[in-house]
Design a protein around this ligand. Sequence first.
Ligand SMILES: Cc1cc2nc3c(=O)[nH]c(=O)nc-3n(C[C@H](O)[C@H](O)[C@H](O)COP(=O)(O)O)c2cc1C
Ligand SMILES: CCCCC(=O)C(=O)O
Length: 369
Amino acid sequence: MATAQLRPDAADGLERAARAVLPSSVADFIGGGAGEELTLAWEQQAFTDYALRPRVLSGVDRPDLSVSMLGCAVSLPMAVAPMAYQRLVHPAGELEAVEAAGRAGALTVVPMLSSVGLEEVADAAAGPLWFQLYCLRDREVVADLARRAERAGYRALVLTADAPRLGSRRRDLRNGFTLPPGVTPVNLPHRIGGVPGAPGTGASAIAQHAAATHDATFSWSDLAWLRAQTELPLVVKGVLCAEDAVRAADTGADGIIVSSHGGRQLDRAVPSLHALPEVAEAVGDRCEVYLDGGVRRGTDILVAAALGARAVFAGRPVLWALAAGGADAVAELFAQVRGELQEAMVLAGRSSLAGLDGLLSPRRRERTC
Ligand SMILES: Cc1cc2nc3c(=O)[nH]c(=O)nc-3n(C[C@H](O)[C@H](O)[C@H](O)COP(=O)(O)O)c2cc1C
Ligand SMILES: CCCCC(=O)C(=O)O
C-alpha cells in the first residue's frame, strides 16, 4: 500500500488497511481485549477527559521532542510496545518494526515471544532496544533470556507483571485462535516453547501456552531475584496503582510502565491514563514513569506527558501499520505522530516536554469511568 494513502488519518486508516489484508482471527487477536472489552474502550476514551490550556505569544517555533529513556537518547517520546509474534502480520516480523522505529529515532521493546530471535533482531536494529520478559515458572529460562539480552546489546529489561495468567479474550476463544505454522516463540527452549496450542481444545493457543509457562506465584521477592540477575536497568510493566509503584521502586526497579496491557488482561481495570498521576506522584524521581494504552496521536502524548509520563509506548497502531505496509508504513506512522506532536506543542506554546505545568484542564466533571 502506498504510504501517501496513510496520511489523512493514521490511527483509523491503518487499522482499516490492515483488516483488509489480515485473516479476521489475527485482526481479532490484535484488536481484541479481555472480557466485555470495557477497559479496551476506556483506554482511548480517557484521553478525551482532558482539554489543553494553550499559552500564546510564547515564541515557540521548534519544540524539543527529545527525551532520555533510562539513558537511551531518543528524538521522539513514543516507543514501540512489546507485542508477541509479529510474523503473524508481516513475514519479516519484529525486524521490520525495529527498522522503522530506528529510522524514526524511536526505541523498541522486543517481546520475549518474538517470532524472530532476539539476537537477530538486535543485529538488525538501528535504534535502542529493550527486552521484555514474562514471569515464567522456569526461572532458569528467565535468567538465561536476561543474560542473552544483555549480551546482545539490549539496554534494559521490562518485566511484564500483569499476566499471571492470560485474560479471557472472547474473540480468540470464539475463533479458536492458533498460531500458523512458522510463527513460534523462537527465543524459548523447546521444552517450554514448542508449538503453542492446538485447535479444538477449548482455549486459544496463546492462553494454553501462557497457562503452561507463566507463573502466578511470581511475586515481589522474585522481582528482587531478577534484579540480582542483571546489570541492566529493570522496568516493571503493568502497574496501575501507587502502592505497587512504590513497591517496585523499593525492590530496585528503575522504570515503571503504567499499563492495562491495552485492555487485554483485567477487564474493568482502571485505564492507564487515569492511574498515571498517582503513580507519578508516588515514585517521584525514584523511577522513570512511562505509559501505554490508547495512545494514537501526538496530542495523546502531550496529555500523558503533562500527567507525568516521560514517554509513551504504542501497541496496536504499530501492528496495523506493519500489516498494511511494513516498515515504510510504520515509519510513516511515526512521522505523522511526530508532526502532530510538534504542531500541538507550537500551538500550545510549549517548547519542551519537561515544561508542561498548567497545560491540562479536566474537560468534564464526570470521567468516562
Ligand atoms: C497483539 C498484541 C500482542 C501483545 N503482546 C505483548 C507481549 O508479548 N508482552 C507484553 O508485555 N505486552 C504485550 N501486549 C501489550 C502491549 O505491550 C501494550 O501494553 C498495549 O498494546 C498498549 O495498548 P495499545 O495497543 O492501545 O497501544 C500485546 C498487545 C497486543 C495488541
Ligand atoms: C502470553 C501473551 C501473548 C501475547 C499477548 O497477546 C499479550 O500479551 O497480550
